[in-house]
Design a protein around this ligand. Structure first.
Ligand code: ADP
Ligand code: VHF
Length: 372
């Protein structure tokens, strides 16, 4: 299993507040430099990395001289706004030393649950990765309210893993991994090396809430691993202070706790796509496109579409049928119904001249499509 992890090509690395801020004493720049050095080395081996960095509230508290995590939402928001400045500065500076660009990406729950915004966030993150930039993601704490907060970045890390279809979610924390009981209150607890994320026995082993600075605790990390498994990704919960921790994961060393998915990424994603969304429209394909989708599983380009029915928006689910109305596939569409009608039957190059702009060149990308 560890060997499979070592060949994974896209990682989301989530770093918790306690770890990043030296238990609240301000950003641990030496630790940050160490992780960045490892990430730079991973990139040279062809591993793409998206960072999910907590610590805005904790760093804001340190900057404002607050000893305790505030309870009031406006104070949390204020601390997050102050701290986020320090956070991105620290990451940017550390990556600059390796000639790597970073990008600040702040998201809310709405961004990832709304279909259109989901696609937008996805294409922006994939574009950043494609340009060799390391996205540094956090929750947009200053604009979210109580009910819609992810609250803990473990969940955010898992959703980003689903979003960019990463193979691996690495959760760096202040313990060596997941134990069979909370090691803070059970000194005899033993470290779990490998389990299935779906194993029901794990739930009672993960203690409740997190430390003084973080929010999640082990329960949210376990939940995150289950969420990541929905798109087939494995998760590793591991001590972020372990020397060369990321490099060792890449070398298939048995560090931390590996939580694996029951299904392959493709099977998991297709199940997710097929089970979660309502059809909003139909695209009738020409013979060539129908054959290409059925036999080669390629993306659907506008040129292969003859007719568009329904009134869908970008990001919604549509079904693809052949001229005899036989269902071929379904998937998340990159253009609205009106746009699709304008560009159907046209070559990809014509999208800009017809619409005046272009999103993706595909009408439905094959990663967002299930072929029946
Ligand atoms: N079974 C367990 N194994 C390891 N840690 C656990 C377990 N149950 C609860 N915990 C607690 O979870 C804490 C890590 O969560 P948290 O404080 O939220 O960290 P982070 O800021 O890294 O997200 C650990 O310090 C530990 O006390
Ligand atoms: N968005 C928040 C993260 C919430 C949080 O505390 O997460 P974590 O430490 O990962 O459990 C922040 O940056 O402070």
């Amino acid at each position: 299993m560890r060997a499979e992890v070592s060949v994974s090509r896209r990682w989301v690395v989530k770093i918790g507040s306690a770890l990043l801020t030296n238990d609240g004493q301000g950003l641990d720049r030496a630790a940050i430099a160490g992780w960045v050095e490892q990430i730079a080395a991973l990139r040279k081996l062809g591993v793409e990395v998206v960072l999910v960095s907590s610590g805005s509230v904790a760093e804001g508290m340190a900057r404002l001289g607050w000893k305790r995590r505030p309870k009031a939402m406006h104070d949390l928001q204020a601390a997050a706004a102050v701290g986020q400045m320090g956070l991105v500065q620290a990451w940017e500076q550390a990556f600059q030393a390796h000639g790597v660009h970073t990008a600040q990406v702040l998201v809310t729950h709405d961004d990832l649950s709304d279909r259109k915004r989901y696609l937008n966030a996805r294409s922006a993150l994939l574009a950043l990765i494609g340009h060799g930039v390391v996205p540094v993601v956090n929750e947009n704490d200053t604009v979210v309210t109580d009910e819609i907060r992810f609250g803990d970045n473990d969940t955010l890390g898992a959703l980003v893993t689903n979003l960019v279809e990463a193979d691996l979610l690495v959760i760096l924390t202040d313990q060596q991994g997941m134990y069979d009981a909370d090691p803070r209150s059970n000194p005899d607890a033993t470290l779990l090396s490998h389990a299935r994320a779906s194993d029901p026995a794990l739930v009672s082993m993960a203690g409740g809430s997190g430390g003084a600075l973080g929010k999640g605790g082990m329960a949210t990390k376990l939940r995150a691993a289950k969420l990541a498994a929905r798109s087939g990704a494995a998760s590793i919960i591991v001590g972020g202070r372990l020397p060369e921790v990321l490099t060792r994961i890449q070398r298939a060393e048995s560090v931390g706790t590996l939580l694996t998915a029951d299904e392959s990424p493709m099977a998991a994603r297709k199940q997710w796509l097929a089970g979660h969304l309502q059809m909003r429209g139909v695209l009738v394909l020409d013979e060539g496109a129908a054959k290409a989708l059925r036999e080669k599983g390629v993306s659907l380009l506008p040129v292969g579409v003859r007719e568009v029915t329904g009134n869908f928006s970008r990001g919604e689910m549509v079904s693809c049928v052949d001229a005899d109305n036989q269902r071929i596939a379904c998937g998340l569409v990159n253009y609205s119904a009106d746009e699709a009608r304008k560009i159907m039957g046209r070559s990809t190059d014509a999208i800009v001249s017809v619409l005046g702009y272009a999103d993706e060149k595909e009408l439905i990308h094959r990663d967002n499509m299930v072929v029946f």
